[in-house]
Design a protein around this ligand. Structure first.
Ligand code: SF4
Ligand code: SF4
Length: 104
């Protein structure tokens, strides 16, 4: 339980660092493949995760899909780093989905 609380705090801290610049959106392959659905991008997943952790959103199938459709390719991180924020987006999404909706 304590470990989960620590992960939750860390993820809240990390997702709060996103500046919502959206520079990472266009390079996300799921955004490209699904013709512009922002929830299926790095930025969208970071926001979804943040609001789930805060309790503003309730987990549903669409959010589980958003979190698990991340390919963990890291393309978003290259852009985020080049814009000076350097967030470990793929790992944040991975830890978030494992915490909130672990695969049985
Ligand atoms: S790691 Fe996930 S969120 Fe980032 S570009 Fe790849 S698919 Fe998109
Ligand atoms: S590039 Fe980084 S700071 Fe900008 S929206 Fe994407 S994750 Fe957030």
């Amino acid at each position: 339980m304590k470990e989960k609380d620590e992960i939750r705090k860390k993820l809240l801290r990390e997702t709060s660092k996103c500046r919502a610049c959206r520079f990472c959106v266009d390079v996300c392959p799921t955004y490209q493949a699904l013709e512009g659905v922002e929830t299926l991008t790095s930025f969208g997943r970071m926001q979804t995760l943040r609001y789930l952790l805060l309790g503003t959103l309730e987990l549903d199938d669409a959010m589980i899909y958003a979190l698990y459709s991340c390919l963990q390719c890291g393309r978003c991180e290259v852009v985020c780093k080049s814009k000076g924020q350097n967030l470990e987006i793929a790992n944040i999404i991975h830890e978030g989905r494992t915490l909130l909706c672990p695969v049985e």
